[in-house]
Design a protein around this ligand. Structure first.
Ligand SMILES: Nc1ncnc2c1ncn2[C@@H]1O[C@H](COP(=O)(O)OP(=O)(O)O)[C@@H](O)[C@H]1O
Ligand SMILES: [Mg+2]
Length: 416
């Protein structure tokens, strides 16, 4: 019979340490595997976020209508967006890496574009954006508005220049169309004014011509009746000459008006203008039994403006006032022209005692072709307002409590 019993002895230290370190190592491996996994999921999430962000930026850049272009410090193109490629017609591959002169620079502006390019690279480009012409691949030249900004990288280094480019050809075309339309409109307004003026002046011409005719007839009668005394003929002939001069002045005004392209800025005396208007309507006023009260200071400081236009404007206001009173009882037919000096202005008020502004026209009084008169053109007040506003003045009207209305013209005085 063999009996075996284990012999319990103190185990040596080394294998024990080995076991312990094996366990430690295994835990370490497990832990690092776990943290690797954690890191991995984080990284994946970050990558996804980055991808999303990138896709979003890409979509944004691609859908932009504004062209974007980046250049490095030497002026080489480092980036262009699709909008810029569409604009100029070259694909990104053919543009990136190019140095000046760029294929999209307009041939006739090469020098200028180059100078501008150099100025931008030197950091002296215009800050507020600038307009320039570029060329498409098809050769078509078009207008763009460019804004330049320095390109700064994540570490704060200046690495180049970023530009936004907007095609403004359409805007330019619209602007040009509008300008031409405005010009045509002005030309039409001028023609209408001329028409209006010619008709009122033709009307005015009638009077001196009729007077001349009657004076000369008188002279002929005198001669026919055997009158040989030259002194007797002198007075009607002098009057005749005076009327001829008056007619000449009227024609001169049409001529002056037709000739000038722009309103003039000359020193004018408002009192002289009022008196000229009064001279022009004097005969009509007498025939229509209208009393004209002239209430002006003895002297007024001069105005800077166009005498012919101001006379015409005032003439229309006075004629409107007279027309308004045509059907009033004779004792009501009084037109007052009041002149006053303000601090920095001169004011003329033309007050009539007619029926006031017809209600149907009140809201559109100053619009062209608004008239209540059978033979009226309805351009008078529109022209008056343009003339007064061209002189930096104001034209407005008010109703008089006892009937009739007042048209006021306020004009600025010359700064001295
Ligand atoms: N002083 C006034 N009193 C009453 N109505 C006026 C007066 N001035 C202008 N109007 C009205 O304004 C209209 C437009 O005047 P205006 O532009 O001078 O054209 P027109 O004299 O050719 O009619 C006139 O037809 C008239 O109805
Ligand atoms: Mg009128």
């Amino acid at each position: 019979m063999l009996h075996a019993a284990p012999y319990r002895t103190q185990a040596p230290l080394a294998p024990r340490l080995l076991t312990a370190s094996l366990i430690l190592l295994a835990t370490l491996v497990l832990w690092s595997l776990w943290s690797l996994r954690r890191h991995w999921t984080h990284r994946l999430a970050a990558e996804q976020a980055l991808l999303r962000e990138h896709a979003f930026r890409q979509a944004m850049e691609n859908s932009l209508q504004t062209g974007l272009r980046a250049r490095d410090l030497e002026g080489r193109i480092t980036y262009v967006n699709p909008a810029f490629c569409r604009m100029v017609g070259w694909p990104a591959e053919e543009l990136i890496g190019r140095s000046p002169p760029m294929p999209y620079w307009a041939d006739e502006l090469l020098e200028e574009t180059r100078a501008l390019h150099d100025r931008i690279l030197a950091g002296k480009g215009p800050l507020e954006g600038f307009e320039i012409k570029l060329k498409r691949r098809t050769g078509e030249v078009f207008d763009v508005l460019i804004h330049e900004a320095p390109l700064i990288d994540a570490r704060g280094h200046h690495t180049g220049w970023m530009s936004s480019i907007v095609d403004i050809t359409e805007n330019k075309r619209t602007e040009e169309r509008e300008r031409q339309q405005q010009q045509r409109l002005q030309a039409t307004a001028r023609l209408v004014t001329m028409g209006e003026m010619a008709s009122s002046l033709a009307h005015e011409l009638n009077q001196p011509l009729a007077a001349i005719a009657s004076y000369t007839t008188g002279c002929i009668n005198l001669i026919d009746s055997g009158q040989r005394d030259a002194a007797q003929l002198k007075s009607p002939l002098a009057k005749c000459a005076e009327q001829a001069q008056r007619a000449g002045r009227i024609i001169h005004r049409i001529y002056e008006f037709a000739r000038r392209a722009e309103p003039r800025a000359e020193s004018c005396d408002l009192i002289a203008i009022v008196d000229e208007v009064l001279g022009l309507i004097d005969a009509d006023a007498r025939r229509q039994q209208i009393r004209i009260l002239r209430d002006l200071p003895a002297e007024l400081p001069p105005l800077l403006g166009d005498r012919v236009l101001l006379t015409q404007a005032l003439l229309n206001l006075v004629r409107n006032g007279m027309d308004a009173m045509a059907h009033m009882p004779a004792e009501r037919r009084i037109l007052t022209i009041l002149g006053k000096r303000g601090d920095a202005t001169l004011r003329l008020s033309i007050a009539d005692r007619g029926g006031g502004i017809a209600p149907e026209i009140l809201a559109h009084l100053f619009e062209p072709f608004r008239t209540t008169k059978a033979e009226g053109m309805g351009m008078g007040l529109n022209i008056c307002r343009s003339v007064v506003e061209a002189h930096r003045g104001r034209l407005w009207h008010e109703a008089r409590p006892d009937g009739g209305c007042i048209f006021n013209v306020e004009l600025p005085l010359v700064d001295t």
